[in-house]
Design a protein around this ligand. Structure first.
Ligand SMILES: [Zn+2]
Length: 107
C-alpha cells in the first residue's frame, strides 16, 4: 500500500474557512483544510512539543502575547526532501518539519 500524496497545495479562498487557511488535496481524494492556528498549534518541533507538554501555569492576569494580537498567517511552505514541508508562520516560527504523514493525520 502506498501512502497518499498531495496532488495540490493551495491557499484556500473560502470565506467560511479561517483566514489564511491552506487546502491540500490528496491522491486518494481526501481534501484537507488547515488553518494557520491548527498547523501552528500542531508544530512538531522540539520546542513546541515541550511547551505543549508543560503544565500551563495559572496566572491572575492573562496578558496577550504580541503574536496573539496579530492574526496568524502562513508565510510559506517549503518542501523538505520529498516527504515533508517546513512551514513558515507570520510569528517568525519556522522550525517545524511537517511530514506528509503528519499533515495527513491533521486533515
Ligand atoms: Zn515549533
Amino acid at each position: 500500500m502506498t501512502a497518499p500524496l498531495p496532488t495540490k497545495i493551495a491557499r484556500l479562498e473560502d470565506p467560511a474557512a479561517a483566514p489564511g487557511s491552506i487546502e491540500i488535496l490528496w491522491s486518494d481524494g481526501v481534501r484537507g483544510v488547515y488553518s494557520p492556528r491548527l498547523l501552528r498549534d500542531a508544530c512538531p518541533c522540539a520546542t513546541c512539543r515541550e511547551q505543549r507538554a508543560a503544565p500551563s501555569k495559572p496566572t491572575l492576569l492573562q496578558v496577550l502575547r504580541p503574536e496573539e494580537i496579530v492574526p496568524l498567517a502562513i508565510g510559506g511552505m517549503q518542501p523538505v526532501g520529498q516527504y515533508a514541508y517546513s512551514i513558515e508562520f507570520s510569528d517568525g516560527h519556522s522550525s517545524g518539519i511537517y511530514t506528509l504523514e503528519y499533515l495527513r493525520e491533521l486533515a
